[in-house]
Design a protein around this ligand. Structure first.
Ligand code: ATP
Length: 189
């Protein structure tokens, strides 16, 4: 079987426990050899992340420390990157070669919007799509791999809202990420 590499794009603003559970499930259940976490930049057509790219990457590093099968890939943060997944997949395909099968990971909420993605059909040609259930989002149906995953009612926006209200989020993010958020005063109103 071709070697599989999972590609996991997101704002990660901040990275949280559902992201980690999803990526780990992709390693164990989809036979992926590694996961490339690809934080999004701030392309003009998308709402800007709240935390800077530097903070978001720093939190990813803390969340993934000591996990050799998880790597952070910063190509979408490079000046001039379009921000489009299709361009990221094209460049990965060119670098990794045809012997590697790319598997694009996403939650069911993202999958439900696929028709609006830039060049979705090419995205689906460049990578297998693997979808994890998400509370409130439709089940993926045919055409995608399913990441076996007990649905988790966790989102970065809910975490930011809780932090802005001064509420506890220690069950939702890794301890080192929470310590970083506190140390840098992130997501306070
Ligand atoms: P926000 O609440 O700010 O929209 P988010 O929690 O959805 O953020 P992202 O960084 O936008 O986090 O998500 C990256 C990927 O992880 C997306 O494909 C998203 O669908 C998926 N994802 C995030 N949280 C979950 C979850 N609880 N269950 C399944 N997939 C999730």
């Amino acid at each position: 079987m071709a070697q599989r590499v999972a590609v996991f794009g997101g704002t990660f603003d901040p990275v949280h426990n559902a992201h980690l559970a999803l990526a780990r499930a992709a390693l164990s259940a989809l036979g992926a050899e590694r996961v490339l976490w690809i934080p999004t930049g701030a392309p003009p057509y998308r709402r800007a992340p709240v935390a800077s790219a530097e903070h978001r990457v720093a939190m990813l590093r803390l969340a993934l420390a000591g996990e050799p099968r998880h790597a952070i890939d910063e190509r979408e943060l490079a000046p001039g990157h379009s921000g489009y997944t299709v361009d990221t997949l094209r460049s990965l395909r060119a670098e990794l070669g045809a012997g590697v099968e790319l598997v694009l990971l996403m939650g069911a909420d993202q999958y439900a919007t696929r028709d609006t993605w830039h060049r979705w059909e090419e995205v689906a040609r460049l990578a297998r799509i693997a979808v994890a259930q998400r509370p409130g989002a439709p089940a993926p149906g045919e055409g995608a791999l399913v990441v076996p995953f007990a649905p988790m009612d966790v989102s970065a926006s809910a975490i930011r809202a809780r932090l802005a209200r001064g509420e506890d989020v220690s069950a939702l993010v890794p301890p080192a990420v929470l310590a970083y958020i506190r140390a840098h005063g992130l997501y306070r109103r």
